[in-house]
Design a protein. Structure first.
Ligand code: PMP
Length: 408
């Protein structure tokens, strides 16, 4: 039996002690950002109190210590993703920047007019807009993998979209709006069969399931620190070494060069530093490493199983609310419960339930193309993390019943 010691784990999160409108906080907006354990918060005190220094410029103790902690995190991330080589881990500001890096560095070098890029209707705007911007400049075509009524990608249609001009598939591992878990290993296999590359947006997968980029056979994989119990301002791009090596740099500046000359061509650092121009978010990277160790100590299998129980409990709980419709009913689903209620605006539900101390998200979840297929411009979304409990979900469901009763 898989059970998490939730009471113990909750004590790691100072924020869970706070009240909102005089009620205990029940935080169910984890798909937007997760809360941060004190072990991660303490990294900041330690770093700024003891060894704050710029990295890679060494020759003094503080800089050496900061560099060791920063580069040590690269190894932590490598292990977290089961990448083959720590040089395949590039630190970015987040998933959004990681995707923009691939678009601008790989995309500019590999895409031209007439080429085709496949994205899905499930994508977050951050995996749509960078491709639209680039397509506007380079003239390639974006084709869209359709989604069925349950929020599941149509794999037969996916296979049919490939032509000899398909260069890239850009798809999320888990949908933030509906929670759908996509069969990314199978999708990678099909992409590779057609000589295309695959970029996987793992922003919503990394907090909930063990990731193995080699087993998936991902070419690129991106995630954000702040959704996996870490800080904002930092994220990761995994890229297969030979792809990163062949890619031109994106941003120029310090740290990413070997030699700079005004007379002969400037030469660039080896990967991954070629893609890390300027002083990075040093404390954030180190804190991300601490977050990933916190997650690994508990175990993603345990966390995923716990969240599946929470999802089931919540799904059963809201089933009794008349006129409530769940969006996203994929058989393989992460801890995301997206719903609308007849006669009650999502925004109003969100505002009123906040008065009860319950934080959920309302809106389009940066997935307007997906919601538009369902004739919606907003849903309510409750999303779960390791520290949530069935008791909290009971309070959420009772609160939702009350709020809906008030609104109609
Ligand atoms: N992709 C998905 C699936 C997401 O859920 C998010 C965050 N909501 C992002 C990308 C963007 O992540 P970030 O804002 O941290 O760059």
């Amino acid at each position: 039996d898989l059970t998490l010691d939730v009471a113990k784990l909750r004590r790691d999160f100072p924020i869970l002690d706070r009240e909102v409108h005089g009620k205990p906080l029940i935080y169910l907006d984890n798909a937007a950002t997760s809360q941060t354990p004190r072990q991660v918060i303490e990294v900041y005190d330690d770093y700024y109190g003891r060894y704050n220094a710029n990295i890679h410029r060494g020759l003094h103790t503080l800089s050496d210590e900061a560099t060791a902690a920063f580069e040590g995190t690269r190894e932590t991330v490598r292990a977290f993703l089961n990448a083959a080589d720590h040089r395949e881990i590039v630190f970015t500001r987040g998933t959004t920047e990681a995707i923009n890096l691939v678009a601008n560095a790989w995309g500019r070098a590999n895409l031209k007019a007439g080429d085709e890029v496949l994205i899905s209707r499930l994508e977050h705007h951050s995996n749509i807009v960078p491709w639209q911007l680039l397509a506007g400049e380079l003239g390639f075509t974006i084709k869209v993998i359709p989604v069925d009524e349950r929020g599941v990608l149509d794999l037969a249609a996916y296979r049919d979209l490939f032509t000899e001009r398909t260069r890239l598939v850009a798809v999320n591992h888990v949908s933030n709006a509906f929670g759908t878990v996509n069969p990314v290993a199978e999708m990678a296999r099909v992409a590779h069969e057609h000589g295309a590359r695959i970029l996987i947006d793992g922003a919503q997968a990394a907090p909930h399931q063990a990731i193995d980029v080699q087993a998936i056979d991902a070419d690129f994989y991106a995630f954000s620190g702040h959704k996996v119990y870490g800080p904002t301002g930092v994220g990761v791009l995994y890229g297969r070494a030979e792809l990163l090596e062949a890619m031109p740099p994106w941003q120029g500046g310090g740290e990413m060069i070997k030699t700079v000359s005004l007379e002969v061509p400037t030469t660039f650092a080896d990967i991954p530093h070629k893609f890390e121009a300027g002083t990075p978010a040093i404390a954030e990277v180190i804190a991300l490493g601490r977050a990933l160790r916190w997650v690994s100590d508990i175990g993603l299998d345990l966390i995923g199983a716990w969240e599946a129980r929470l999802l089931e409990h919540a799904t059963e709980g809201v089933a009794g609310i008349e006129g409530l419709r769940i969006l996203g009913t994929a058989p393989d689903k992460a801890g995301v419960l997206s719903f609308v209620v007849d006669g009650a605006h999502s925004q109003d539900i969100g505002l009123l339930i906040d008065q009860l101390g319950v934080a959920i998200r309302t809106g389009h979840h940066c997935a307007q193309p997906l919601l538009s297929q369902f004739g919606l411009d907003a849903t309510c979304r409750a999303s779960f993390a390791a520290y949530n409990t069935p008791e909290e979900i009971d309070v959420f469901v009772e609160g939702l019943e009350r709020v809906v009763g008030m609104l109609r």
